[in-house]
Design a protein around this ligand. Structure first.
Ligand SMILES: Cc1ncc(C[n+]2csc(CCOP(=O)(O)OP(=O)(O)O)c2C)c(N)n1
Ligand SMILES: [Mg+2]
Length: 337
């Protein structure tokens, strides 16, 4: 497996650590939410770690990435500091975006992570713009834009497929198909359930791969990136995956069938990859136990840091929200209570 994809053993260990970090971080975030320390919404991607890590691991560090509101994993996989991500979730001033973005709006420009967006399909035109910018500047960066199965029915996504195909933009459309948009199943929402085929109409090469298999994801995304980087053409990958929790923390998740959930639980991407690592002697059981303990400590430290950090001062709440064409007094007088 490692030879076929050109992936070394250290890459595989790094990918596993990234998946462990995301899983444990989100479990901790769920505890923080239940303890009342996270306001607003919290969308967990537990179960989707292979899709996220496989994608990010195939990207170059300067390739811009955009995502949905389910994006804690993307920020962490891109190397954002877990302390800053957790503090952002808790609305603290030490957060990745100064505590004013929250769970749905993480962004880390230094790591070319151009953010999560609450508007379904909203990441796609922004990703298209980043691809246009790359071409305009004659850089060889490739924009990767991740969105859900539900987002594929948004009109703007079809417009973006067309513009990318028409202008040969260096973009990879990444459809993270977890088979549900909130509680609505794909079969109730999509006339054609093979979502990648939508790109056929625009002359964009596209495939579907197993989104629970991190190595398969990495291989498919690497090929899509190669097409976009070397041939300067768009490409599309659909990742078939499953989220183990409800749509958000406020969703009791009573709609999905218990047997279906159990079937997908048996395909847990972390358990599967752990088996591969042991089977190929990339890691020993002791190595894995030590990595899990190290990740646990990182997450506990992140939570303690976030809890101890100060809340965003009221006077700073509107910073970076509104443009300030006047002076500070005018802004303060007009916008703040
Ligand atoms: C334009 C728009 N319409 C509706 C919503 C409400 N909404 C939030 S998430 C969601 C489902 C999106 O499903 P999908 O694209 O499959 O992403 P997933 O949540 O499964 O990751 C909807 C309808 C929204 N945020 N934006
Ligand atoms: Mg979905």
């Amino acid at each position: 497996m490692s030879t076929a994809t050109g992936t070394g053993q250290q890459d595989m260990r790094d990918m596993f650590r990234s998946m462990l970090l995301i899983r444990r971080f989100e479990e901790k975030a769920s505890e923080e939410y239940m303890a009342g320390r996270i306001g607003g919404f919290l969308h967990l991607a537990i179960g989707e770690e292979a899709a996220v890590v496989g994608t990010v691991s195939a990207m170059r560090a300067d390739d811009p990435l955009t995502s949905t509101y389910r994006e804690h994993g993307q920020a962490l996989a891109r190397g954002a500091d877990p302390r800053a991500v957790m503090a952002e979730l808790l609305g603290r001033s030490t957060g990745l975006c100064g505590g004013r973005g929250g769970s749905m709006h993480l962004m880390d420009k230094a790591r070319s992570f151009y953010g999560g967006y609450g508007i379904v399909g909203g990441s796609v035109p922004l990703g298209l713009g980043l691809a246009y910018a790359a071409r305009y500047r004659k850089s060889d960066q490739v924009s990767v834009t991740m969105f859900g199965d539900g987002a594929t029915n948004q009109g703007v996504v079809a417009e973006c497929f067309n513009m990318a195909g028409l202008w040969d933009l260096p973009i990879v459309f990444l459809i993270l198909n977890n088979q549900y948009g909130m509680g609505t199943s794909l079969e109730h929402a999509a006339a054609e359930e093979d979502l990648y085929t939508r790109c056929n109409a625009y002359g964009i090469p596209s495939w579907k791969v197993d989104g629970m298999d991190v190595m398969a994801v990495r291989g498919a995304v690497a090929e899509a990136l190669r097409i976009a980087r070397e041939e300067r053409n768009p490409a599309c990958v659909e990742l078939l995956a499953y989220r183990y929790r409800g749509h958000s923390m406020s969703d009791p998740d009573t709609v999905r069938d218990a047997d279906e959930k159990e079937r997908w639980r048996l395909r847990d991407p972390l358990v599967t990859f752990e088996r591969v690592l042991l089977g190929e002697a990339v890691m020993t059981a002791d190595d894995i136990a030590a990595m899990k303990a190290e990740v646990e400590a990182v997450v506990e430290d992140a939570a303690a840091f976030a809890e101890e950090s100060p809340e965003v001062p009221v006077a700073e709440l509107a910073d970076d929200v509104y443009a300030n064409p006047f002076n500070d007094d005018a802004r303060g007088g007009a916008l703040m209570p």
